[in-house]
Design a protein around this ligand. Structure first.
Ligand code: SF4
Ligand code: SF4
Ligand code: SF4
Length: 315
């Protein structure tokens, strides 16, 4: 075959996902004047839920974290619930269901700033540790106990439950709100106590874990990822693997931010739908589809959209 007859070598697509993640991290925390004024942004849009674990109490946060909102709802859920409180609960649950039904866990791969933090820290060279699969089920227990049961069942003297997950666990809250507030509001420093040291210590442990393991918080703890993962198998956005093309070479798993074998279960609750496996697979076995449109690996490599030709099984 002459050199001119050779098929063109496909160009490896540039991975622009981190730019999207940076864009959303800034966009969700865009009210920068708050940092200089030493206060939390309280504009009218603050009550709107955002599709990410992005703390409401971050000084520049533009919206509300769905996990914080859900705990607030369960903390106030009693038989004498007002109409406004009922509407609030329906709104939060409806928001989570709408996002989940449309795209499943896709915001975890592209939007959530705390997922971005984990992806970045894991790039630091170090020995790497795999997470046992059994640990990934812990996130459902965190959701059931810390987000639903405790806020619902344990009430204070005025009859309200606490936001247990925010208060005792959430490292996104400590990073985005607890530490910054302590820096910009000197008047609250005398209030530092056990709880603060507990949260900062936990954050430090998580940050170290992010360096050595892939997305450990998303995979083992995060209740928002747990909820959206449950929609992966039924959402309009679908992943698919063509069994005829997949050689089980495991390249997709090596590049996957959650260490997943997509060829075993294309729409597993663990998948954050970053789409990295599509460009990783040199056999073109992985694709995604949304509302009848499908993108296959060769089409993505060539940088053009495919309108049809879904290759594969959804498992
Ligand atoms: S502490 Fe965590 S869960 Fe709570 S509102 Fe903030 S980000 Fe959301
Ligand atoms: S699972 Fe990870 S990426 Fe998804 S919402 Fe939670 S912290 Fe963010
Ligand atoms: S299986 Fe593919 S789309 Fe899912 S998280 Fe891994 S690389 Fe991303």
């Amino acid at each position: 075959m002459s050199a001119s007859a050779r098929p063109p070598v496909p160009r490896k697509p540039r991975d622009r996902r981190h730019w999207y993640q940076a864009f959303f991290a800034l966009g969700l925390n865009a009210w920068l004047p708050s940092w200089f004024k030493g206060e939390i942004f309280q504009g009218g849009i603050k009550g709107v839920c955002v599709p990410a674990l992005n703390c409401y109490s971050c000084p520049s946060a533009m919206g509300a974290c769905p996990v914080g909102a859900l705990q607030t709802f369960f903390g106030g859920l009693r038989f004498n619930l007002s109409i406004a409180e009922k509407k609030f609960g329906l709104y939060v649950a409806g928001f989570m269901a709408a996002v989940g039904s449309a795209v499943g866990r896709l915001p975890c791969g592209w939007v959530c700033p705390f997922g971005f933090v984990q992806d970045l820290l894991h790039k630091i060279p170090s020995p790497k540790l795999r997470i046992p699969r059994a640990m990934t089920f812990l996130r459902y227990a965190v959701l059931a106990v810390m987000v639903v049961a405790l806020p619902l069942l344990i009430v204070d003297e005025v009859g309200y439950g606490q936001t247990w997950f925010c208060k005792w666990i959430c490292p996104a809250g400590t990073l985005g709100a607890g530490l910054p507030l302590m820096l910009i509001k000197p008047d609250i420093r005398p209030l530092i106590g056990f709880m603060y040291y507990w949260k900062v210590g936990l954050l430090a442990l998580f940050l170290a874990w992010f360096v050595v393991s892939r997305r450990p918080f998303c995979r083992t703890i995060c209740p928002l990822g747990a909820v959206w993962g449950l929609f992966n198998k039924a959402s309009l956005f679908r992943m698919a693997v063509d069994d005829g093309k997949c050689t089980r070479c495991d390249k997709c798993r090596r590049d996957c931010p959650v260490d997943m074998k997509i060829y075993e279960s294309a729409n597993s609750p663990d998948c954050v739908r970053c789409l990295k496996c599509i460009s990783s697979c040199k056999f073109g076995a992985v694709s995604y589809g949304f509302l009848g449109k499908t993108e296959t690996a060769p089409d993505l490599r060539a940088g053009k959209a495919a309108g049809s030709g879904a290759a594969g099984t959804g498992h």
